[in-house]
Ligand binder design. Structure first.
Ligand code: FAD
Ligand code: DLZ
Ligand code: SF4
Length: 513
């Protein structure tokens, strides 16, 4: 006799997940299913597939060890999608009711609205309590605001959680220490050791499965860089707190060739899967400051990313879906250049970031925002194509967090709802923040000749193309004035160089998975 069938999704791997609230191991059955539809709805990086499946299999083991009955369906069982997996489980267990925690993505949430009718059983979709701010609370906060700025939301979250608060005032007298970050890249940086991937038998079996079932998917499978168990994620967390947190922030925007990890926490894959709890992580980071082992600026910066940015983008996602994914305020229509899938380009900055993405499934925020993101923005790639790329290639990518970052923050496709100013920059920014330009086929400073870096012409072309729009945006007054002040001959040269670059891109063979 089964009372409830409890479906746990691949990114709901938390023992405290709300679907298990009030459940009874004697009468309820947990269902977990590896299904083709989830694996194939975008071209996922091989390491992302392996991470999700291996983490799911380990979580099923963890639940069984805690006394739960788990019906675990493997990819080889050939179930096409989650509804089919539930239907199949209903036939075998005859439950009275289906219980699930709300999925992170609209696509699945929308599909589940039709499950009651399809399955002929009550389906209860519970709130996901792993987030600080519910969808409703965010909608209440956002109501009536024309543009949403993260900072006031972050302060509200600080007050609500009490993190880094002294009474009702922020510790250190300031809410935000961001101004102390942004140091450029230095060759002499001492970097913490790179993260290590899991090597257990379950992971080995999953790696073989992914190699066999998804040979043409994006990315390199070996070396596998990720932890797949709660204990492994906790070890990665502790290593970050000990070795990298004290330096977090200061070098956050710096980029160095062949150094993918820098001082970043590399914890987003584990937070998003449910292997780490965001509040617990923030508590531990705060404790490092209180114990004098990490400076306030670093700890504030880290906590802001989690209770600020992470919660805020999720709120925006649910506020703006389902229409958000179709927004294209700048009317961008170019296909994504084929080299986004191969890394084969003479532009070293892009080759580095895409190459690292192929090797690891990871790039840090500024690499995503200011290299692959800015280039796509400048050349006017269709934001939906950019979105599908980011959703597939990063191991931490789920639409609720990826879409606002890509479409809103990086591509300005929501017309400035999320970020009032586009993240556009010329080669100068990349040259200042990275060592990529050293050894590039192009020269970031050259003004004429074959080594002139394409980013500069593309940047000015982008400003000129949308000049009318920027005229209405006070935050774009400076670059617009600089463009208008350029002699006409220089303007023509820059626009011709951009047109030549874009024509070469259009003539290159295209690729879409
Ligand atoms: P750290 O720099 O160490 O930051 C700590 C934590 O803060 C992260 O683990 C993450 O949980 C959170 N965080 C930091 N910045 C953001 C942000 N802007 N939005 C939400 N959470 C944030 N993050 C994802 O988790 N999944 C994505 O699919 C994703 N796609 C992105 C796409 C683009 C175009 C851009 C510009 C950013 C994207 N981000 C995404 C945000 C950010 O780049 C990653 O969270 C971060 O690089 C993860 O690495 P980390 O754990 O080392 O982060
Ligand atoms: C990302 C992913 C993948 C690749 N595979 C599965 C799967 O086979 N079964 C599953 O339950 N979940 C998977 N996931 C995670 C889901 O895509 C995720 O739960 C939804 O996108 C909602 O965030
Ligand atoms: Fe990128 Fe231009 Fe620098 Fe080359 S010179 S790395 S293309 S910014």
């Amino acid at each position: 006799m089964t009372r409830n069938l409890i479906l746990i999704l691949g990114d709901q791997l938390s023992p405290g997940i709300s679907a298990l609230d009030g459940a009874d191991p004697g009468r309820d059955i947990v269902l977990m299913a590896e299904v083709l539809a989830e694996a194939r709805y975008v071209d996922h990086h091989k390491q992302k597939l392996a991470l999700v499946f291996a983490a799911m299999r380990h979580f099923a083991q963890e639940l069984r060890a805690d006394g739960w009955r788990v019906d675990y369906r493997r990819l080889d069982d050939g179930l096409p999608d989650l509804a089919a997996a539930v239907e199949d489980a209903i036939a075998r267990h005859a439950p009275d009711e289906i219980i699930v925690t709300a999925p992170g993505e609209w696509r699945l949430w929308q599909e589940m609205q039709g499950w009651r009718q399809r399955l002929g059983l009550p389906v209860t979709i519970r709130e996901d309590h792993r987030f600080l701010c519910s969808r409703e609370a965010f909608a209440r906060w956002a109501a009536g605001r024309k543009t949403l700025v993260m900072e006031p939301f972050y302060r509200l979250m600080r007050r609500q959680t009490g993190f880094l608060m002294e009474g009702d005032q922020p510790a250190g007298g300031r809410w935000n220490f961001d101004a102390e970050n942004r140091a450029p890249a230095q060759d002499s940086l001492f970097l913490p050791a790179p993260p290590q991937g899991a090597r257990d038998a379950i992971t080995a079996e999953v790696l073989a499965l992914v190699a066999r079932a998804f040979p043409d998917s994006f990315g390199q499978l070996d070396p596998f860089c990720w932890q797949v168990r709660r204990e492994g994620a906790a070890a990665a967390r502790d290593r970050f707190l000990r070795e990298a947190l004290p330096e977090f922030g200061r070098n956050q925007d710096a980029m160095l060739a062949d150094r993918p990890w820098m001082y970043h926490s590399i914890l987003s894959p584990y937070l998003n899967l449910g292997l780490l709890d965001p509040l617990d992580l923030c508590r531990r980071a705060e404790a490092e400051w209180r114990a004098g082992r990490a400076p306030l600026a670093a700890v504030e910066g880290f906590i802001r990313q989690i209770i600020g940015w992470r919660e805020y983008v999720r709120g925006v996602y649910w506020l703006k879906m389902p229409g958000y994914v179709d927004e294209n305020a700048l009317g961008a229509e170019r296909p994504l250049p084929a080299f986004y899938w191969t890394g084969r380009t003479e532009m070293r900055c892009l080759a580095q970031v895409i190459g690292q993405t192929i090797q690891t499934g990871y790039a840090h925020h500024i690499q995503r925002l200011m290299v692959t993101g800015t280039y796509a923005l400048l050349i006017g790639v269709d934001p939906a194509a950019v979105h599908r790329w980011y959703l597939g290639v990063y191991v931490d990518a789920y639409e609720w967090v990826e879409l606002p970052n890509t479409l809103g923050m990086s591509q300005h496709a929501d017309g400035g709802f999320l970020a009032t100013k586009p993240y556009a920059a010329s080669a100068n920014y990349i040259n200042r923040m990275s060592d990529y330009c050293q050894g590039c086929a192009y020269d970031p400073k050259a003004r004429t000749g074959p080594r002139t870096c394409p980013w500069n012409a593309l940047y000015w072309d982008f400003i000129a193309r949308h000049a009318e729009r920027w005229g209405l945006n006070p935050r774009m007054a400076l670059p617009l004035r600089a463009w208008n002040a350029k002699p006409e001959a220089e303007q023509l040269t820059l626009r011709a160089a951009a047109a030549a670059h874009l024509a070469a891109l259009d003539a290159a063979p295209s690729y879409a998975p």
